[in-house]
Ligand binder design. Structure first.
Ligand SMILES: [Zn+2]
Length: 452
């Protein structure tokens, strides 16, 4: 009798808790160091003239694997790197599919866009004029990086254990719009009235015993607190934020994702102390969110990936024949790339562009976009999908160039035009770019729509 009442009490308790207990995922985390051997060429600034002079902070690849009771899965990989080119992501994805049966649409490969990290294969290749030895070292690091990213995914999957997820949002204000209007056009500076997105989405992953296993957080701001005159490697503000969260939450892994911060810079910027300060401000806010009441995030996991083709504005061979004679060495290199493509009768008219969506129940949706999208993409997505709890990330899968909105394209400046020189692309996008991306966003959102 006594036992029966205990059992019925337990049943009553289980029924009450059912919606929460049903929320169980399997989650696994892993981290792999990806700091290159020193010295090594750094990436992000055309002004740098020599290789690195040391390391102020190690660089990491971190993986968070999630699986639901039906075997649907998603693996998120974050890296303290400038950006992953498609050759790296494709190779990682192929090996992860073959070894671990994780499909391309289930895998997110992202970069923090730190400007204190190494050159990654051919990403931003126009910045460099490598000799044979430099080329060999960059290729070797690129090959090693693929191994390490695959290893991170494998170890996160090996680590899968019951977990509960919850999500919340914070905000911090050090990101500023950097597109400053001047009489000579838009320059990179400070534009206090330009659009920003100070949202910090936070995903909390807790083990069965209540301990914090992982925190995924994100912010829309370039990791450019340190400038092109700085020659030590590290993660900039995002590196400091992750390290601080891991220090204040021992045993937990902190993963940073870069949002649509193509036109956002930290302000103020220029010193290591400022990078640390911004990182601590971000970590403090994420810590506050972790301690607050969060919304439960429940299964199932749904994933979808579309690769669309984005058109560049029309160009002719004559444009690059003229550019090849420019006194600017970066323009000369871009022109040579474009002329070579014309010679092969394959002028660069489009670029493939990945758009991915990962939905966790009806509770949280990650939209993972390629390239360096400006903030307009996040603001418009949040307007159009107002009922969704969203993380709108950029810098995923393939960072091939900036992704301007139509507004930014019409205004001109670095994010619309000049960045294409350093990325080895032919020139600005056609005005259809924004609508082509939003058509793909609607498609992936439709495919992950919950069954009613
Ligand atoms: Zn950038």
């Amino acid at each position: 009798m006594k036992q029966r009442s205990f059992r019925s009490a337990l049943l009553a308790l289980l029924t009450t808790c059912a919606p929460v207990l049903a929320a169980d995922f399997q989650a696994g985390v892993a981290r792999v160091k990806i700091t290159p051997p020193q010295p090594f060429w750094m990436s992000g600034y055309a002004a740098r003239t020599h290789a690195s002079e040391g390391v102020y902070q190690d660089l990491w690849a971190k993986a968070l694997a999630l699986r639901d009771a039906d075997g649907h899965q998603a693996v998120l990989v974050t890296t303290d790197l400038i950006g992953l080119p498609r050759v790296v992501s494709d190779e990682v994805a192929a090996r992860v599919q073959a070894r671990f049966k994780v499909e391309r649409h289930e895998l997110v490969l992202s970069a923090s866009h730190t400007h204190c990290g190494p050159a990654v294969r051919k990403n931003l290749a126009v910045l460099y004029d490598f000799d044979e030895e430099d080329r060999r070292r960059v290729d070797a690091y690129g090959a090693d990086l693929v191994d390490r990213l695959v290893e991170a995914v494998g170890r996160a999957l090996d680590d899968l254990a019951p977990a509960q997820l919850s999500a919340g949002h914070g905000a911090v204000g050090f990101a500023v719009n950097r597109r400053e209007p001047t009489p000579e056009g838009v320059k990179i500076g400070v534009n206090p009235t330009g659009p920003v997105d100070h949202d910090i989405p936070v995903l909390k992953v807790v083990a069965k015993d209540g301990s914090l296993r992982a925190v995924l957080f994100a912010y829309a701001c370039h990791n450019t607190t340190l400038g092109g005159d700085f020659y030590q490697m590290g993660g900039d503000y995002a590196g400091f934020a992750q390290a601080e969260l891991e220090r204040t939450h021992p045993g937990a892994t902190a993963l940073f994702m870069m949002l649509c911060g193509g036109d956002q810079n930290p302000n103020p910027r220029g010193t290591l102390d400022l990078a640390r300060q911004h990182g601590q401000a971000l970590a403090a806010e994420v810590g506050r969110v972790l301690g607050a009441a969060l919304l439960p995030v429940r299964p199932p996991i749904r994933t979808a990936l579309e690769v669309v083709s984005l058109d560049f504005a029309p160009h002719t061979r004559a444009v690059f024949e003229q550019e090849a004679a420019s006194p600017d060495k970066f323009r000369q290199r871009r022109a040579r790339l474009m002329l070579a493509a014309y010679d092969e009768r394959k002028p660069v008219r489009q670029t493939p562009y990945p758009v991915q969506a990962i939905r966790l129940g009806g509770d949280l949706t990650l939209l993972a976009l390629g390239g360096e999208p400006v903030v307009d993409y996040a603001l418009r997505t949040k307007r159009e999908l107002a009922g969704e709890n969203l993380i709108v990330a950029g810098y995923c899968h393939d960072v091939m160039c900036y992704i301007p909105s139509r507004r930014v394209l019409r205004e001109g400046g670095y994010e619309a035009v000049d960045n294409m020189i350093y990325y080895g692309q032919p020139g600005p996008f056609a005005e259809t770019v924004e609508e082509a991306i939003f058509a793909a966003v609607r498609k992936v959102m439709e495919r992950i729509r919950p069954a009613r």
